[in-house]
Design a protein around this ligand. Structure first.
Ligand SMILES: Nc1ncnc2c1ncn2[C@@H]1O[C@H](COP(=O)(O)OP(=O)(O)OP(=O)(O)O)[C@@H](O)[C@H]1O
Ligand SMILES: [Mg+2]
Length: 456
């Protein structure tokens, strides 16, 4: 068996004789040695042992337990679930008890009998594994379809409530939002909430597939339909039968194909290329786009009739910069996620890094934040993520990317939205509540491009 397949066990011990003795006395473990506090912490970060034996008498003063106790505290800070077995001099019961009160799992008094110490180590490992299983179970219990959508802001709460209502229905849903706001995440949650959740969720990115291939990708083709069609091939729509078909970036679908799509949406029948037979399919349709569909309809780049077909319900995901209070929550969530993924123990963001996160305009939304935190976790030299780790320059260029005008407009939008919500979208009442006349509110909303909300 290679060392890598064995469970790592960290032995912290400064006496070379004892080191040698312990190195070979634990069967079934890959023993890693450290002879002082600093190298012990380094090994904790590198090999992530579940169990550690720690000699309390460490250099610079091996007759005194203070360095060993300091090492214990730091190990548990870095890896709180680690089982640390402290090893003490034969008459040092006081420090042994102190170590246990600081969080050590058990203690063992010298001289060392490797068989006995081996049993204590085995027991610690078993306990660690049991506890880990419990932690995993607890995590699963709380996982819900919307559970991986992070957001506390009123703006996100509102969309999530809508998501929970729309999910279980079969209604065709259009998800709108800037790039990186979480449209695909929402589409998956809608699928998971539906009765189709055990059937396929098939996503087609209409912008990524070349125009001449998109049709066969969607509807499939018959053998011999064109050169290279050596066998009948099913399209994505057929694969999704019984489940959900997610047409991502539908705003970029070529106009000729839009006509075919419309026909499919009306009849739920497909006709593979080169085939005379039609196939009935049962799919729920979800669509998403970051494009402004109104504008594309005006430019005749998107069919209006298709728009009405796909927009049974419209879920609008707000851009990150308009979600009050979600930035830090998301940043922390990504920090923990990437710490786990990369085996890092970064503690958090420096104060200036937090300031930059809060003031940056986030044009790439959640995806940009996710990428910046990932990069920072990989690059960070210290326990705290700095402005530079996040890929921001030291000057406040990014702060200014949200200029005064935008900031004012965002604030105005927020107040108007809240007032409309409180007054059930009644513009006259919303206007008087915020101290402007009805026509001025109208004009303001037009200027702020707040179309589609508010009615009298
Ligand atoms: N509210 C959220 N909570 C946690 N993670 C999120 C959230 N929103 C988005 N993400 C994550 O951000 C990334 C981008 O999300 P997603 O791919 O769903 O965005 P999108 O709107 O489809 O983007 P694009 O327009 O670029 O296709 C994903 O990794 C996703 O898991
Ligand atoms: Mg997407």
């Amino acid at each position: 068996m290679s060392n890598n397949a064995l469970k790592p066990l960290l032995v912290v011990e400064d006496n070379p004789g004892v080191q040698k003795q312990l190195k070979w006395s634990f069967e079934g473990y890959h023993v890693v040695l450290a002879s002082d506090r600093v190298s012990a912490l380094k090994q904790i970060k590198q090999v992530h042992p579940s169990v550690v034996t720690l000699d309390l008498g460490l250099p610079p003063d091996p007759t005194n337990a203070s360095e060993g106790l300091a090492a214990l505290t730091e190990i548990l800070e870095l890896a709180p679930y680690t089982k640390v077995i402290v090893v003490t001099g034969n008459d040092d019961r006081k420090n042994a008890l102190k170590a246990v009160s600081l969080g050590a799992y058990d203690f063992y008094q010298k001289p060392i009998d490797p068989d006995v110490l081996g049993l204590i180590v085995d027991r610690a490992y078993n306990l660690y594994e049991l506890e880990e299983e419990n932690r995993d179970l607890a995590k699963q219990k709380y996982a819900s379809p919307t559970g991986n959508i992070v957001g506390d802001s009123p703006q996100m709460q509102q969309v999530c409530r809508m998501l929970e209502k729309v999910g279980p229905s079969d209604v065709t849903t259009l998800i709108l939002g800037e790039s990186g706001t979480g449209k695909e995440l929402f589409a998956q949650a809608l699928h998971t909430l539906s009765r189709r959740k055990d059937k396929p969720f098939v996503a087609v990115n209409c912008a990524a597939i070349p125009e001449n291939l998109l049709e066969s990708e969607l509807f499939g083709y018959e053998k011999g339909a064109f050169t290279g069609a050596v066998k009948r091939t099913r399209g994505k729509v057929e694969y999704a039968d019984g489940g959900t078909l997610f047409l991502d970036e539908i705003g970029d679908m070529p106009v000729p194909l839009q006509a075919k799509m419309l026909r499919f949406l009306q009849e739920r029948i497909i006709e593979p290329i080169g085939s005379r037979k039609t196939i009935q399919v049962d799919v729920r349709i979800l669509c998403a786009t970051h494009q402004d569909l109104d504008q594309r309809i005006q430019k005749q780049e998107f069919r209006e009739d298709l728009y009405y077909r796909i927009s049974g319900i419209v879920l609008e995901i707000p851009p990150l910069r308009e979600r009050d209070g979600d930035l830090i929550l998301l940043a922390r969530t990504f920090l923990e996620q990437f710490n786990r993924q990369y085996g890092k123990k970064i503690r958090g963001f420096s104060e200036s890094a937090l300031g930059r996160i809060e003031h940056y305009a986030w044009p790439g939304n959640v995806r940009e934040l996710e990428n910046k935190v990932k990069r920072a976790i990989v690059l960070a030299d210290s326990e705290w993520i700095s402005v530079a780790d996040l890929g921001f320059t030291e000057e406040a260029d990014a702060v200014l990317s949200l200029n005064l005008k935008q900031a004012r407009e965002n604030a105005e939008r927020r107040v108007i939205r809240q007032s409309l919500a409180v007054h059930n979208n009644n513009i006259s009442r919303a206007a008087s509540a915020i101290g402007v006349s009805r026509p001025s509110l109208y004009n303001l909303m037009k200027k702020l491009e707040m179309v589609g909300i508010g009615e009298d």
